[in-house]
Design a protein around this ligand. Structure first.
Ligand SMILES: [Zn+2]
Length: 120
């Protein structure tokens, strides 16, 4: 397992830029109605391990279903670089879009967690 370290990430146009401190050790995808359309691979980190450097005012919000997750999109390029939510125990979490990391690793879809979001 790689050591946790800082990863820089951004949306496509660069209006939204962030740093996430993570070992990328629990990446996953999800089969809910939204995630399967988006096709993203996520890595969640505690909110304390995430720093948004720019772009907060360039984000637009999408909610669906239980509205428990803030899906945030760059208003300029439409990319969702991260989402905000909670771990169900009251801890604020950020779900990073792994493909938005500047050093995005190759992801073996067979080796990551598959959340059954369609049945949550
Ligand atoms: Zn953008």
């Amino acid at each position: 397992m790689p050591q946790a370290r800082d990863h820089q990430g951004q949306c496509h146009c660069g209006a939204v830029r962030f740093t996430a401190h993570t070992d990328l050790g629990s990446m996953g995808d999800c089969n809910c109605s939204r995630c399967r359309r988006l096709g993203w691979v996520m890595q969640s980190v505690p909110a304390s391990a995430f720093t948004l450097h720019r772009g907060e005012d360039n984000l637009t919000l999408y909610h669906f279903n239980t509205k428990g997750i803030d899906h945030l999109f760059c208003k300029t390029c439409g990319i969702e670089a991260f989402a905000r939510g909670s771990d169900g125990k009251g801890n604020e979490m950020v779900m990073i879009n792994v493909a938005c990391l500047n050093d995005a690793p190759p992801v073996d879809r067979n080796a990551i967690t598959h959340w059954d979001g369609a049945n949550f």
